[in-house]
Design a binder for this molecule. Structure first.
Ligand SMILES: Cc1cc2nc3c(=O)[nH]c(=O)nc-3n(C[C@H](O)[C@H](O)[C@H](O)COP(=O)(O)O)c2cc1C
Length: 170
């Protein structure tokens, strides 16, 4: 798909059909995350693919926002392998994992796979449910699947501030 079309077509899907995400499409999505840039090329992201009933039930335990998606990605990062920026106020983990997640969510749109970015959950609770190691912090959860019949973008998708409200030229 043309890049501008990918950007336009992505939306947060909040009702999925049972149709599973094909393995080839999953691999294309994961590969887009692999190619994402990270600070100092640390590649501290950790991506978990959840598709078993047992794993999806763990998502349902911590958030109401799976919306029936047959596959969920959990994007985390290794807190012990981050770059601390000069000034020592921030480290790279959150933004590196965010870039990885953004690459993957756009790759999903390119593959015609619907998605939703979730943060309505306690990441520590989910980490415990999934048994993640102590050194990993969950950044986000991504629903993946195909929109149920009749489902589509909500009104929010079409409501964006004009550039004049968010961009300044200095
Ligand atoms: C960081 C982030 C967290 C979000 N968390 C949730 C969530 O927990 N549940 C949900 O239904 N949607 C969630 N969304 C989806 C947003 O509500 C949605 O992106 C926004 O309303 C714009 O709509 P659009 O994605 O369809 O363009 C989240 C989006 C982002 C970027």
């Amino acid at each position: 798909m043309e890049f501008k079309e990918v950007i336009k077509n992505r939306y947060s899907c909040k009702k999925y059909s049972d149709k599973t995400v094909e393995e080839g499409k999953l691999q294309a999505i994961l590969e887009a995350g692999r190619l994402a840039p990270t600070a100092k090329n640390l590649q501290e992201q950790r991506v978990y693919v959840l598709k078993s009933e047992e794993a999806l039930a763990k998502i349902d335990k911590v958030t109401p926002c799976r919306y029936g998606a047959p596959m969920v990605l959990v994007v985390a990062f290794d807190k012990t392998n981050v770059y601390t920026y000069p000034g020592e106020k921030r480290t790279s983990g959150v933004e590196d994992a965010t870039i990885v997640a953004t690459h993957m969510i756009l790759a999903a749109a390119d593959e015609g796979v619907d998605s939703c970015w979730l943060n309505r959950l306690d990441p520590d609770e989910l980490a415990r449910e999934l048994g993640l190691p102590e050194n990993e912090e969950i950044l986000m959860v991504m629903d993946l699947g195909y929109a149920a019949e009749g489902a589509g973008p909500l009104a929010n998708h079409f409501s964006r501030k004009p550039l004049a409200e968010t961009v300044s030229y200095l």
